[in-house]
Design a protein. Structure first.
Length: 290
């Protein structure tokens, strides 16, 4: 099946998984570069998405209050099924059209909103607090449940990636971002595009694209995984040393330390590695349950 042309909101016709295992069209690449996002594409079928959701919820049931902290940052280093998700071929095929054949996964974060959850994500630009230098970065946001207006789907402001905006930390407890980061200016929400996705679909957005999301007032959870992919030429300019996972091609630059892949969920060796990594970065923000 051939994809239809983009409409003015950057929305493409979804394709079957097999047909989707290819790169972006020239039109899609041009739209992403001009507007800072493009969607939707299929990473997996709905049954596979439901399977990953079941694994996440089983993990939450086992680890209880500690699960949210583990899922928050670089969980692909301790959970084998997340290590699978960052290596999905249909996703990497699309990312390769933007970054080239050499791709690193720099980080992963789950964004989970329960039914009736008042949590939100403020308008922000990722690049403002990543500490990375370079322009070859892209986020793939994979929906493991439907993500729509009623449950607080991601929203983006087209062409906002063309400028760098000042941010401030609010430390708002309802904000899902670590420090409640938000743009220190009013955002014209009338320009925003809702990136509605079916379970198993994903979107792509530029690291400077202004984006956020509202609360979930639906009857079900909203579960999404944000995967930050970068070209190996990128550099960390805030931390003394950073790490990343090579998921396709080769790393000819060596700017990032190589990360190990977990042998199984909560592999003790992998857990210890991530504990040390995040403790150095944020003074111990990651804690495993003993």
């Amino acid at each position: 099946m051939k994809e239809t042309a983009l409409n003015t909101a950057g929305h493409t016709k979804d394709t079957a998984t097999g047909d989707n295992a290819a790169g972006l069209t020239a039109e899609q690449v041009a739209f992403h570069r001009a507007n800072g996002y493009v969607f939707p594409f299929r990473a997996m079928d709905k049954a596979d998405a439901a399977g990953y959701r079941a694994r996440i919820e089983a993990f939450e049931a086992e680890h209880k209050e500690n699960a949210a902290q583990i899922l928050r940052q670089k969980s692909h280093l301790v959970l084998s099924f997340v290590a699978e998700l960052v290596r999905l071929e249909p996703v990497l095929d699309k990312v390769q059209s933007l970054l080239g054949p050499d791709i690193l996964c720099w980080s992963t974060s789950f964004f989970i909103k329960d039914s009736g959850d008042k949590q939100f994500v403020s308008w922000h630009q990722d690049a403002q607090y990543w500490g990375l230098e370079g322009d070859d970065m892209v986020t793939a946001w994979i929906a493991l449940t439907p993500s729509n207006i009623s449950n607080g789907c991601m929203r983006v402001v087209p062409r906002s990636h063309l400028q760098v905006l000042e941010h401030r930390d609010t430390h708002n407890k309802g904000n899902m971002l670590t420090r409640g980061q938000e743009i220190a200016a009013e955002v014209n929400e009338s320009q925003a595009v809702d990136l509605c996705l079916e379970a198993g679909q994903f979107s792509l957005h530029h690291e400077r694209t202004v984006h956020g999301s509202k609360d979930n007032h639906s009857a079900d959870r909203r579960i999404g995984l944000a995967i930050r992919y970068i070209h190996p030429a990128a550099r960390q300019v805030v931390e003394s040393r950073d790490t990343a996972t090579l998921v396709r091609g080769v790393d000819r630059y060596g700017h990032f330390g190589e990360e190990p892949r977990p042998r199984f969920d909560m592999d003790p060796v992998a857990v210890e590695y991530l504990e040390q990594l995040l403790s150095k970065r944020a003074g111990g923000s990651y804690r495993r349950k003993t």
